[in-house]
Design a protein around this ligand. Structure first.
Ligand code: DAT
Ligand code: MG
Length: 151
């Protein structure tokens, strides 16, 4: 098993609804390592690049409008298996289908207002962290509780 990185983002609705702390804490409590964190107003071009695989979808213009409608909270998290695990913590794309206990399952009702993003593969994790963060904005550190989380 390899150490991976993933890009997690609280979308504008999550920020406006005051859910930033709640969402960060789910990943913190799980035991992953935070390596990047910022409040950020996303330029349209960056939103388009981030979601470029979806550019042919009918909902693409609305998606870009939504993501750029207010500040987002950008995060980079690191850990063994963090990509798939973060997706599980987040829950299904459609919050009505997301399991209770997941972030979307507990806190959201609509696909177009699903409050949080998580990378879908280790490759995209790397790509998205590099896309949203500059080199100097990321922090490599050893949490003092690491021996209590990993053998
Ligand atoms: P996820 O965010 O779970 O990785 P995705 O990558 O398929 O989902 O889509 C990215 C975002 O686009 C998603 O969080 C919300 C929006 N979206 C996806 N499918 C949609 C649809 N059918 N209608 C409206 N918005 C949609
Ligand atoms: Mg996705």
């Amino acid at each position: 098993l390899e150490v991976e990185e993933t890009y997690i983002m609280v979308k504008p609705d999550g920020v406006q609804r005051g859910l930033v702390g709640e969402i960060i804490s789910r990943f913190e409590k799980k035991g992953f390592k935070l390596t990047g964190l910022k409040l950020f107003e996303c330029p349209k071009e960056l939103a388009q690049e981030h979601y470029k695989d979806l550019q042919s979808k009918p909902f693409f213009p609305k998606l870009i409008e939504y993501i750029t409608s207010g500040p987002v909270v950008c995060m980079a998290w690191e850990g063994v298996g963090v990509v798939a695990s973060a997706r599980k913590l987040i829950g299904s794309t459609n919050p009505l289908q997301a399991e209770p206990g997941t972030i979307r399952g507990d806190l959201a009702v609509q696909t177009g207002r699903n409050i949080v993003h998580g990378s879908d593969s280790p490759e995209n994790g790397k790509r998205e962290v590099a896309l949203w963060f500059k080199e100097g904005e990321l922090c490599q550190w050893t949490p003092s509780l690491e021996p209590w989380l990993v053998e």
